[in-house]
Design a protein around this ligand. Sequence first.
Ligand code: CP
Ligand code: NVA
Length: 306
Amino acid sequence: MKRDLISIKDLKLEEIEHIFNLTSELKAKVKDFGRSLSGRSLGLIFLKPSLRTRVSFEVGMSHLGGHTVSLTPEETKFGTREAVKDFGSVLSRYLDALVVRTFSHSELEELAGSSDIPVINGLTDLLHPCQALSDLYTIREKKGSLGGINLAFIGDGNNVAHSLLYGCAKLGVNLTVATPGKHKPKEQIFAEALELAKASGAKIVLSDDPSAAAGGADIIYTDVWTSMGQEAQCKKRTRDFQGFQVNQKLVSLAKPDCLVMHCLPAHRGEEITDEVIDGPNSIVFDQAENRMHLQKAILLFLLGGD
Ligand code: CP
Ligand code: NVA
């Protein structure tokens, strides 16, 4: 039975631990895995822009001895040029796995349901699981373990926040999501995270007070106020998020060894200042690098390489 990676919610705790351990091995011994996915093909469908996700999957696949096939948005008008299920069935005959970045989460689920090959969520309006898994790996790498870590996510209750909610709840990371009232995470996702947190003991909290959230934090995490697809609301959103900027004053409320994270791309001077993103607490580029190592582990996990 093929597996997809659509949401962190679908992964068992021991599967996440396996992916993390494999990531460390892949990172330490790049050359040892040079033929693991030899002869395998990964399709890349990006209906929104991407730098990190696309490049890290392409390079990661080549490190593993496989190759990628990129499909342009024009070639992949699934649902209009042909039915999503026909699209998925055809690609399943050529490819071994597919990474998809699209708008509608339900469309991604439909494509996964009609494909015989693993489908990896490379970001939807709702979730960004590769990002959050990689970020939690990075926190574990930097802090030694995840249990009891206090993470403050400050900004928009968006796709990245949703995937962090699932990931933190599963892995026992205490997460406070501080957003303006109108931009909270989706209620259903928050409720599911609370349910998942019962097993791990993670404290999952919503707040509208960035200073209170940052107080005593081990990690401060932020993301853009206007995600891809929301550009028309940019002016209004910029007004709504005043007071939610991650600046030096906010970082000074956290623990002295607090790490600052951002999934990137950042809008410097909006959700984060230059001083913070370029400052001593920032780990944003190590964080970006780990996307590649973690996604190689996801590919091996789903494709069972040699
Ligand atoms: N963080 C992230 O997913 O970056 P890209 O949009 O550049 O892929
Ligand atoms: N929330 C952002 C993440 C980009 C990686 C967006 O969806 O645009």
